[in-house]
Design a protein. Structure first.
Lengths: 326, 508, 350
């Protein structure tokens, strides 16, 4: 186990540190607290979503409904608290349940009816957006109360905003589940070789059902945190965040083909992308260039994952992994 | 050098063909020829080199050395599929080579569709007509406009044949073409082969089925261990003789004869009239404690299907199973829980989690012991992994090693390990040593024998005859989905098993 | 049409594809009737013209997308291609005097070029289609913003197109049909003829249905797949021309978000994601159906918020029905095969 860590997550960590060094040289403002706290909240949301979305991905599927789910759950939790007067704690829990049920529904269509995952979740992305529009009546809802709910997003503990702790907790839990539980082993097995997993007593259908449910729950948590952080919620919130989450997963080494993946890696990937975007901001590179850079980064990350663009010595190892998967 | 005498009636000549895939010789100076207008059978056991010589002829792979001439033209060392096609060498693949969703005519003329004169628009009517002409010439039960999805395997084979014919094939290579055909379809195929022959087209026919060779072949080439053993003319062909040549008539043959010792302990597994429509029929046998029961038979005789049904992967239509004295309704999970293990036929596709570590692979069947309450006991997982590695001697003994990077033999050892560290009562092993080097083979044999001596019952499916005779305490031979005969408390040789598998009943 | 079950209506064999199309047409007629009864304005010439034009705008992109789907691929960058093409067009219109007949064909090259990059990454580097095209879309959306015409403060300007020649494309009718619609029909028919009657077209089906077999038969699958992405890009660019012309302006977000409409059109039309099957007639019907639903929702006073629900829902339902249909078909063929085996066994026993 230890050897693996040095190769993947730690390698990512080193790249990240290197990136930070470069950025702080380029712009002395980079390491300032005010700058970093700007970056942090997007990392939070992506991290929360990635910690759940990694499960469908490893099993060979994908969850594209993340953004719509986050928006919808933000609207729902606001509705619970401020229109139906439910106390904020059960409101959040109820929202998470709803997120899980929607995820379960997606997972059912993928696992039992055997419809390709990206169609199912892409369609979900669309109709959930519509539902969000209907429930919010197309309006942008400002969330001013209840106070404890707001404080989730705005309060700080030891100088760091609470959402960071939430995100880190989820990442740790998810990484733990993935690497140290029976379920996690089953998820990796299904992603690596579904037939062999089945012969070994794993139920791929059930694993997939749970995987998509988990993704639904974390999307709900992300939506709640987003609503609290931004103090508003609307149907188009977090639109397009799926791509950022996928980018983070890809950079973090998650492969849909080989049953490989790491939540910590995804988090590091998310941080990297956020820093790159932040760096572009600090360099006063106008906003339109950001998606150009992130798009290129994804393509580079994909090429790297497949074993290209790398000096021969390292490529040998990666190509071996690919052949092993073949 | 290739002599020019009789050059006219020889279509294909191969001289001293040598082929190796980074290692042992797969073809060892093989001489091989096919005459014009003859049906030539190619026989040999698995691993004798039949598929390889075919690949060399069709250009799917290249020989290391040796001369080849086809239809008077020299075939260079850098032969290719396209060149083979152009020369007139056709191959029948079965599933691989047809495009679903397209008609017979479309498949035949893919990339060669006829145009309207002066344009690049496909003339469908002309294409269909041309296809139908081909079909009618051989009186195939096909229509040019049939969509191949609706056709049976036999009919699809016909389409493949037509495809080759449309490219003016002079040699038609058929590799085990009858394995999925019904009796009437086989008869039809024979008719077609005879017609091809009368049209001057040679047929190279690879098969295990002696009765077919006897009925069809003008000559038979026997390969064994990558070498040419004999070329028989029609009068010399007899199934028994061919089998004898395939197995080998060396003195060591007697050493390979085994005395089957009966093991009559308690009955661990009893199977009665097990039937799965289209796969196997009324299979019955008993398995005793500590006994290794070998299942012999030709490819397609239903052995794998039977054991898969017992393990619980495939459904059973009729029949009953009694396990440990109680009626048993198989399911994979139940089997694992009840102490049954399963080592599947195809190691890479079904056996290993290639992108995961040895530890992960060993643990996957043992999650009930490693994580009774959801959380994994990492220490135990590591112990299991090391225990497994030690037990089967995996090299290199590194638990984090990705199984995909191991050699074939070591991969199979990992597959064994994940079961061996459990408390098994019954293990089903399907083709344990395919593509594995000798050293690893012996190790695996030792493990199998140890298991048995510890009281574990074993169902062993194997097409490797020496392996089957060496390991088994008792052997059942399946033929076309039914139990054909049983070898018990007697001396067996590979030859005897193969004869039984080929349907030749021995006089006592 | 490939791989369909055969139903018998009064002993007349009908393929399941035809049945599906008929049901779709029937549904459309029924829905149209329903909408008209609620709001007779629906059936007016003016509204129908607009409806067909809406269908055509999505449909032009969908034609190219269909070919990609037939090869079992997917192109998520189409929205980005529309955006960048529109922006290039606006720039040329605003800053140069290049005549329309010259630069409009060049705009198609924009899509071709992007399509080539997509295809290259996918075929030569074997990168996963979905993520790659999504990444390209990202890059294109940013590029579109970069080259967008901006005012002195750096804000994106809403440039009104006044070039009559350019407006000819989208705002004028030919008789009573918008040119966009005509272009759509011509493109659709031409593409359908192409895929059914040329070797290249047949190769597209082959590469999607069974790439291994196709290769063995001599099909250059890499070149075929590459070509398909190039064509998809060209179609997206073409759509951009008509859309920006009709709207008489273009913002850099043009087209972003059209992916779902395109996918819905193709899926409803009966082209599955698994490849090897599909045709343009289905896509054309699908685009029309989608436009009908969207227009109908507006005309019957249902809130436009229900549009995405309808679209997403229809996609899911259609795909589920497809899977069930396939399973039922497989069961039928399996049963037929068993019956044959049975008959044979009985014959040989006799």
């Amino acid at each position: 186990m230890k050897k693996l860590k040095i190769t993947n997550e730690i390698r990512l960590g080193m790249v990240l540190v290197g990136l930070m060094a470069v950025l702080s040289i380029i712009s002395p403002r980079f390491l300032s607290l005010s700058n970093l706290s700007n970056v942090i909240w997007s990392i939070c949301i992506i991290g929360i979503l990635a910690s759940g979305a990694i499960y469908p991905r490893i099993t060979g599927g994908i969850d594209l409904s993340l953004g719509s789910m986050a928006a919808l759950t933000g609207i729902i939790v606001d509705m619970f608290m401020n229109k139906m007067g439910i106390h904020w704690i059960p409101a959040i829990l109820l929202t998470m349940v709803i997120g899980g049920l929607i995820g379960l529904f997606n997972g059912f269509i993928v696992a039992k009816i055997k419809v390709p995952a990206f169609v199912v979740t892409m369609a979900a992305k669309t109709y959930l957006y519509g539902v969000a529009l209907v429930v919010s009546e197309g309006a942008m809802l400002a969330i001013m109360k209840p106070a404890p709910f707001i404080s989730i997003g705005s309060d700080k503990l030891l100088g760091l905003p609470i959402p960071i702790y939430l995100m880190l907790t989820l990442v740790v839990i998810s990484q733990f589940v993935l690497k140290r539980t029976s379920f996690g082993r089953q998820v990796m097995a299904v992603g690596s070789n579904e037939v062999a997993a089945k012969l070994s007593g794993v139920d791929p259908d059930r694993v997939r059902l749970v995987a998509y449910t988990i993704s639904g729950i974390t999307s709900a948590i992300g939506g709640v945190v987003l609503a609290s952080l931004t103090r508003q919620t609307f149907a188009a919130a977090a639109s397009g965040i799926e791509l950022d989450v996928m980018t983070a997963l890809v950079i973090g080494g998650t492969s849909a083909v080989g049953g490989r993946g790491s939540v910590v890696g995804a988090l590091l990937g998310a941080i990297m992308v956020a820093f790159i975007v932040n760096g572009l901001n600090l360099l006063n590179i106008p906003a339109p260039f950001h998606p150009i850079v992130t798009g290129t980064v994804i393509i580079l990350a994909l090429l790297l994952n497949e074993g290209y663009l790398v000096p021969k010595k390292l490529a040998g190892g990666m190509k071996n992994q690919k052949q092993a998967a073949a | 050098m290739i002599t020019q005498t009789n050059a006219n009636d020889v279509l294909l000549v191969c001289r001293q063909i040598v082929k190796s895939y980074n290692g042992p010789l797969v073809l060892d100076k093989v001489d091989f020829s096919v005459k014009r207008g003859e049906v030539h059978a190619l026989v040999g056991e698995n691993g004798a080199g039949k598929s390889t010589i075919i690949k060399v002829i069709t250009g799917a792979t290249n020989r290391n050395s040796g001369d080849m001439m086809f239809d008077g033209q020299v075939i260079p060392l850098n032969h290719s599929r396209n060149k083979a096609q152009d020369l007139g060498i056709g191959v029948i693949f079965q599933e691989l080579s047809l495009i679903p969703g397209m008609t017979v005519a479309q498949n035949i003329f893919l990339t060669k569709e006829p145009f309207f004169p002066g344009t690049r628009f496909i003339n469908h009517r002309l294409m269909n007509r041309n296809a139908q002409e081909l079909i009618d010439r051989y009186q195939f039960p096909l229509k040019a406009t049939d969509v191949i999805d609706k056709l049976s395997i036999a009919q699809r084979q016909l389409v493949e044949i037509l495809k080759a014919m449309s490219m003016n094939a002079k040699l038609m290579i058929m590799d085990e073409p009858t394995s999925s055909l019904t009796k009437t379809e086989v008869a039809m195929l024979f008719e077609i082969i005879r017609k091809l022959k009368s049209d001057g087209i040679s047929v190279l026919y690879i098969s295990h089925r002696m009765e077919e060779i006897y009925a069809l072949a003008d000559r038979v080439t026997v390969l064994r261990d990558g070498k040419l053993v004999a070329v028989l003319d029609k009068e010399q062909i007899s199934p028994a003789e061919i089998i004898r040549l395939m197995i080998g008539h060396k003195l060591e043959e007697n050493a390979l004869a085994h005395k089957l010792e009966p093991k009559d302990g308690e009955v661990v597994l009893e199977v009665k009239d097990l039937t799965s429509v289209g796969k196997f029929e009324k299979v019955s046998f008993k398995l005793h404690k500590g006994e290794i029961l070998g299942l012999g038979g030709l490819v397609g005789s239903g052995r794998t299907e039977v054991v898969r049904a017992i393990y619980g992967i495939d459904p059973i239509d009729e029949g009953s199973i009694t396990y440990l004295g109680k009626p048993y309704k198989p399911s994979v999970l139940r089997s694992i829980k009840s102490g049954i293990g399963f080592i599947p036929e195809e190691r890479r596709l079904q056996g290993i989690l290639a992108t995961l570590s040895i530890t992960h692979n060993v643990g996957i069947t043992n999650l009930d012991r490693l994580a009774p309450k959801f959380v994994l006991n990492l220490k135990k997982e590591g112990e299991f992994s090391r225990e497994g590695i030690k037990l089967v001697n995996v090299k290199p003994p590194v638990p984090e090693q990705l199984v995909g990077n191991l050699s074939g033999g070591n991969q199979q050892k990992v597959v064994l390990a994940k079961w061996l560290i459990r408390n098994l009562k019954l293990v089903i092993i399907d083709e344990p040593t395919v593509g594995i080097d000798i050293g690893a083979k012996d190790e695996i044999y030792t493990h199998i024998k140890n298991l048995a001596s510890q009281g574990v019952s074993i169902l062993l499916v194997s097409s490797d005859l020496p392996e089957l005779t060496r390991l088994s305490d008792r052997i059942i031979v399946l033929r076309k989905g039914k139990v054909f005969t049983e070898f018990k408390d007697c001396v067996v040789t590979s030859e005897k098993i193969l004869r039984a598998a080929s349907g030749i009943l021995e006089e006592a | 049409m490939p791989a369909s079950a055969t139903f018998f209506i009064r002993r007349f064999p009908v393929s399941s594809h035809a049945v599906r199309r008929l049901i779709l047409i029937g549904l459309m007629v029924a829905i149209a009737g329903l909408i008209t009864s609620i709001n007779p304005v629906f059936l007016t010439m003016g509204n129908l013209q607009k409806l067909f034009q809406e269908a055509a705008q999505v449909g032009i992109i969908a034609v190219g997308f269909t070919l990609v789907m037939i090869t079992a691929g997917i192109d998520m960058s189409i929205g980005g291609i529309v955006a960048i093409t529109a922006m290039v067009s606006i720039n040329i219109l605003s800053y140069t005097k290049i005549p329309v007949p010259v630069f409009v064909p060049l705009l198609l090259l924009v899509g071709a070029f992007v399509g080539f990059i997509n295809g290259y990454l996918i075929t030569k580097f074997k990168l996963p289609e979905f993520i790659v095209t999504l990444a390209v879309r990202s890059v294109l959306s940013g590029l579109a913003l970069v080259i967008a015409v901006k005012d002195s403060l750096g804000f994106v300007q809403n440039v009104y197109i006044q070039n009559d020649q350019y407006l000819w494309f989208g705002t004028q009718t030919f008789g009573s049909i918008y040119r966009t619609t005509i272009a759509f029909v011509i493109l659709g028919v031409a593409t359908q003829l192409f895929i059914k009657n040329t070797r290249a077209g047949t190769n597209i089906y082959a590469a999607g249905a069974n790439p291994v077999a196709a290769k063995l038969s001599g099909v250059n699958t890499e070149r075929t797949v590459l070509g398909v992405y190039v064509f998809s890009g060209i179609c997206a660019s073409m759509a951009a021309i008509f859309i920006s012309s009709r709207m008489m302006t273009a913002m850099p977000e043009l087209g972003i978000g059209s992916e779902m409409d395109v996918i819905a059109s193709v899926v409803i039309g009966g082209t599955p994601f698994t490849g090897g099957v599909g045709d343009i007639w289905g896509t054309m019907l699908g685009s029309l159906f989608l436009a009908l639903i969207k227009n109908g929702i507006l005309k019957t006073g249902i809130s436009p918020w229900y549009q995405p629900i309808a679209i997403g829902g229809i996609i899911v339902v259609t795909v589920i029905v497809d899977v069930w249909q396939k399973k039922a078909h497989e069961k039928l063929t399996a049963r037929a095969k068993l019956r044959k085996l049975d008959a044979e066994a009985r014959k040989s026993a006799a």
